[in-house]
Design a protein around this ligand. Structure first.
Ligand SMILES: *Cc1c(COP(=O)(O)O)cnc(C)c1O
Length: 393
């Protein structure tokens, strides 16, 4: 169906940070399937691990114990603030699970009949009906009304607006079950969360006994130079949702929660494919390689390098470019309103052999594989500069 405005290139092969189209043209990939291909394309450890797994077992139902799933869950709990994990297949599905958990928390812990979930404007949580309702962007709702009940929105990083909304919602007694937020808004324009605001939100969630859920679908699993986005904010959430980078290109999603809010009982939530041996082997391979290749520290170092290179680019083109913001290997180059549109710069970059992705109308996003090297970053920024010059003459 016609759901994507696709670029007219056909990618047929990949290796590391490089992709080739059908005509044999090579592209430096700073998109990585939108923050998915953590280890790059066709990495040797991933090829070996998945081939071995396919030779042993691909799929069994969650009717049975799945050792790969238990191992991956153990790794996530051992390396995060969470204790229990539910596996699914995508970011939207992970958020759906989180929304169900939040409602159960509202009913069971706070005694609310119709619990509310507070989310941010300009957020992105996926395209299924509840996840898209959680997404605070009217353009994604349009044409699909009625939306799911029970969501209220406030401007991201605005503590006064949050406090006012919470007070309004709780005026006649308990009404709110949870707050769902991205530690850094990715799709919404690469806006990092403000630690002061997030700390105050954490305090208020504690005071009211609300779940604080972080959507780590884009920022999680090392992308930002820390293993989890919440580490940049100095607060621990009660639950996180994961997907994109966790499987390195094999579909997997997860909801990970603290034991204290592990409200699901057998039969209350499920997924046929969720946590199958192949997907969990992919996840295990990603986290093994994160450790073996020290990719989280590497992402921090490369992120600094990329940010510095982009800041130099901004200094050379102050009339077109406004600035750069982001964490680690999730960086947004902000274009001036009077400069080129992000979509046009992305298209021009593609013509120069560089893949980048817009984050809203005025931000060009870099989310390369975490294995990217310094020389690739220099090349990427040089190609982007050429693209910019091709547009402004
Ligand atoms: C991509 C994304 C999602 C949706 O993930 P899908 O796998 O496309 O459903 C949800 N939340 C955030 C923060 C994302 O970046």
């Amino acid at each position: 169906m016609d759901t994507y405005a696709r670029f007219p290139i056909e990618l047929v092969r990949g290796r590391g940070v490089w992709l080739w189209d059908r005509q044999g043209r090579r592209y430096l990939d700073a998109v990585a399937g939108i923050a998915v291909c953590t280890l790059g394309h066709s990495s040797t450890p991933m090829r070996r691990a998945l081939s071995r797994q396919l030779g042993r077992l691909q799929h069994v139902s969650n009717l049975y114990r799945i050792p790969e799933q238990e191992q991956l869950a153990s790794w996530i709990s051992a390396n995060s603030c969470t204790d229990r994990v539910f596996f699914c297949n995508s970011g939207a599905e992970a958020n759906e699970a989180a929304i169900k958990l939040a409602r159960k928390h509202g009913h069971q812990v706070r005694g609310i009949e119709e619990p509310l979930i507070l989310t941010a404007q300009a957020s992105f949580h996926g395209r299924t009906l509840a996840a898209v309702t959680a997404t605070g962007q009217p353009k994604y709702h349009q044409g699909f009304e009625p939306m799911v009940q029970g969501f209220r929105y406030f401007p991201y990083n605005d503590i006064h607006a949050f406090e006012a909304l919470l007070e309004r919602c709780e005026a006649d007694g308990p009404r709110v079950a949870a707050v769902l937020l991205e530690p850094l808004q990715g799709e919404g324009g690469v806006h990092p969360g403000d630690p002061t605001v997030f700390r105050r939100i954490r305090e208020l969630c504690d005071a009211h006994n609300l779940l604080l859920i972080f959507d780590e679908v884009q920022v999680g699993v090392g992308r930002t130079g820390r293993l989890w986005g919440y580490e940049h904010l100095g607060v621990e959430p009660d639950a996180i949702t994961l997907a994109k980078g966790l499987g390195g290109g094999i579909p997997i999603g997860a909801l990970a929660v603290k034991a204290s809010v592990d409200h699901f009982r057998p039969g209350e939530h499920a997924s046929t494919f969720g946590g199958n041996p192949l997907a969990c082997r992919a996840g295990l391979t990603v986290v093994e390689q994160l450790e073996r290749q020290h990719l989280v520290d590497h992402a921090a170092a490369m992120g600094q390098e990329l940010q510095a290179l982009l800041a130099d680019l901004v200094a050379r083109h102050p009339r077109q470019l406004e600035g750069v913001r982001g964490w680690g290997l999730l960086q947004g180059l902000v274009l001036r309103p009077e400069g080129p549109a992000a979509a046009d710069l992305v298209r021009a970059a593609m013509a120069e052999g560089l893949l980048v992705v817009p984050a809203g109308p005025q931000v060009v996003r870099f989310v390369p594989p975490l294995v990217i090297r310094r020389r690739h970053l220099r090349r990427a920024v040089a190609l982007l500069e050429r693209a910019l010059q091709s547009l402004v003459g």
